[in-house]
Write a protein that binds this ligand. Structure first.
Ligand code: AMP
Length: 118
């Protein structure tokens, strides 16, 4: 069973911010912003590659409610899902990083040098 499935099953503790029948939002153990939440479907999908569109549609509503709940909806935030090896995905259970609470670096990637990615 993967790490995030164990969190879903409450075998591993997590700082849960919001829970529904199908989704869970909890605080990242190694936050990269004042608000750094992870949103997962309770059902296991390895990554965004495998998730049915109807699950993503329901997850959209869950994330919209979450950002309202933690009060970053108006100020703005960033959603990131790392996918596979080149995407830098470490935990093989689909998750969205929700980052906010400050002006995030790499706004529009204009402050990143494209050559750094080659
Ligand atoms: P990724 O690199 O996109 O797969 O992100 C995995 C994220 O999971 C990282 O930001 C980790 O800090 C986070 N993480 C790993 N283990 C835990 C845990 N037990 N509770 C909360 N977050 C975790």
């Amino acid at each position: 069973m993967c790490l995030f499935c164990k969190i879903v099953n409450k075998e591993i503790p997590a700082n849960i911010e919001k829970e529904s029948e199908d989704f869970l939002a909890f605080h990242d153990i190694n936050p990269k912003a004042p608000v750094h939440l992870l949103v997962i479907p309770k059902q296991h999908f390895d990554s965004f590659n495998d998730v049915p569109p109807e699950v993503m549609a329901a997850m959209t509503t869950f994330i919209q409610e979450l950002v309202d709940h933690v009060d970053i909806k108006a100020s703005g935030y960033r959603l990131i899902s790392n996918i596979g090896e080149n995407g830098g995905q470490e935990v093989k259970h689909l998750h969205w990083h929700v980052l906010g609470g400050t002006k995030l670096r790499f706004g529009h990637f204009t402050d990143a040098d494209p050559k750094d990615f080659l």
